[in-house]
Design a protein around this ligand. Structure first.
Ligand SMILES: Nc1ncnc2c1ncn2[C@@H]1O[C@H](COP(=O)(O)OP(=O)(O)O)[C@@H](O)[C@H]1O
Ligand SMILES: O=P(O)(O)O[C@H]1O[C@H](CO)[C@@H](O[C@H]2O[C@H](CO)[C@@H](O)[C@H](O)[C@H]2O)[C@H](O)[C@H]1O
Length: 455
């Protein structure tokens, strides 16, 4: 059977299955149609794998999604079947990673599977040490994309909503690699179909801990003993927060050096402020209860018009889940930008303060997520006081580390109003994000919105 016919026959069951996937973007709108764009057999047989790009139509929007469809007459019992195609059951191949083992070998062979091209980065390949035959496993956590780890050597990210044109994640990794940055995982290859990047192969850092996990452990430690301050408990995170600030400053400096930086024109600032207002307009419709803060938030956005901003390449969606602590230091991952942003917004240069604000917001999340679901989402008084102390201590340490490593041009003490505007913009984004993806976590950004607008 042709790959296209398989995907066409799955169009109906996919309408029901897609919105239940973590990586599916517009869960609030119903799906009108799923149409195959291009489908190829990656591996023929039973079991086999079909690679598909499909157009998902939802009222006025149409997005392209990447699917890897496993097909087997006898799928393992734990596998959720999307639908049946003749004798074969169809399912998401990433839940049976062994099926995707050949993907790594395709890189080594520089394979072209009916237009899906596996391209090692220059200097990587069979003669330069790309290992083959490694067993893949899926990254456990639910993510915006689907990642496979091969042995303890490589991680392959498959972009679920690929867009034509330059892929920021790949491009910025290349830029930082060329700059010799120690704060990224080495880029090793990409999967492309025509002008669209579908996947990104990178060095896997087996000894790494996610910043989110490390920060959460520190908060948990603090909560265990309500009488002690953050500076007095063993799991104090401030040293790490300071080093993280220094690493982010170094990445910003490298991005500015190799990618350039310039003072924002009044028009550029006006556009940035306009997109903050537009985001607020959108989220106000989604979560009308934030209307009580609207005037204060809009005034904070407008303050940006009066401040000089420097624009350059930035991370674009920085939070503790996007940084890994290895034995040698902090590494930044996932330079895709905000998953909800348009391609134009993602590729626009930004203020490094946006990244700083993202990280400050993440310290707030790390301190408060442990209370979510306890009735009063802010937790009982003592824990709340401790959580706030933790946030203050770690935000201050992060900013000190950033300022000390960044030199005069990156002294955060001089940018209070701008940071507040970027933090508020991020909070507004988070309100929309949580309402759509994790409604039980909505109290976290709502609490922050109340606090940030109170002073
Ligand atoms: N180079 C790496 N080494 C080790 N783990 C990694 C690496 N890159 C990503 N990870 C792990 O995989 C997870 C998903 O990666 P990420 O790039 O954030 O994907 P997504 O775009 O789906 O959010 C990360 O949270 C991290 O735990
Ligand atoms: O990692 P992604 O690119 O998918 O980023 C999106 O999802 C994040 C959640 O996983 C979200 O981050 C928010 O939750 C984090 C804790 O899970 C917290 O540390 C961040 O501060 C908070 O913004 C991110 O905003 C979103 O773009």
């Amino acid at each position: 059977m042709k790959a296209d016919e398989i995907v066409t026959s799955l169009a109906e069951p996919l309408r029901e299955w897609l919105p239940r996937q973590r990586w599916f973007a517009s869960k609030n709108r119903s799906i009108d149609a799923v149409e195959p764009q291009a489908s190829v057999w990656l591996e023929d047989g039973d079991p086999g794998v079909v690679h598909a790009l499909v157009t998902v139509r939802q009222q006025d929007i149409a997005d392209t999604y990447q699917l890897l469809i496993g097909l087997a007459s006898e799928p393992a019992e734990y596998i959720e079947v999307i639908g049946n195609v003749g004798e074969l059951a169809a399912f998401d191949a990433s839940v049976d990673p062994a099926l995707l083992a050949p993907l790594l070998d395709f890189f080594a062979a520089r394979a072209d599977r009916h237009g899906v091209v596996f391209a090692p980065e220059p200097g990587t390949g069979p003669n330069t040490g790309l290992k083959t035959g490694l067993r893949p496993r899926s990254v456990g956590a639910e993510q915006s994309n689907t990642s496979l780890i091969f042995g303890d050597a490589y991680i392959l990210k498959l972009y679920r909503r690929p867009l034509p044109g330059k892929q920021r994640d790949l491009e910025l990794h290349r830029l930082l690699h060329a700059a010799g940055s120690p704060h990224i995982a080495t880029p090793l290859g990409s999967i492309q179909a025509r002008d669209t990047v579908l996947g990104f192969l990178q060095q896997y850092l087996p000894d790494a801990t996610e910043g989110w996990a490390a920060a959460s452990a520190s908060v948990r430690d603090l909560m265990a003993e309500g009488d002690l301050h953050a500076s007095e408990v063993g799991g104090d995170f401030a040293g790490e927060a300071r080093r993280l600030g220094a690493a982010v400053a170094a990445v910003h400096a490298d991005l500015a050096r190799v990618g350039g930086s310039s003072a924002a024109s009044p028009e550029q600032v006006a556009n940035m402020v306009a997109s903050m207002h537009a985001r607020l307009d959108k989220v106000l419709k989604q979560v009308p209860e934030i209307a009580e803060h609207e005037t204060t938030v809009r005034a904070a956005f407008d303050e940006l018009n009066a401040t000089p901003l420097v624009l350059q390449q930035i991370h674009g969606d920085l939070h503790l889940g996007q940084v890994l602590r290895t034995t040698s230091g902090w590494v930044l991952i996932d330079f895709e930008g905000e998953p909800a942003a348009t391609l134009a917004d993602r590729s626009a240069l930004g203020s490094p303060l946006r990244d700083v604000a993202g990280m400050l917001r993440s310290f707030d999340y790390a301190a408060h997520h442990l209370h979510v679901g306890e009735g009063d989402a802010r937790g009982e008084h003592q824990r709340e006081v401790r959580a706030e102390e933790w946030v203050e201590r770690n935000c201050a340490a992060f900013c000190e580390g950033y300022t000390a490593a960044g030199g005069e041009t990156r002294d955060l003490r001089e940018h209070h109003a701008e940071l507040r505007a970027f933090e508020l913009d991020k909070v507004v984004y988070e309100v929309g994000y949580e309402q759509q993806n994790r409604p039980s976590w909505l109290p976290i950004p709502l609490g922050a919105l109340a606090r940030l607008t109170a002073n």
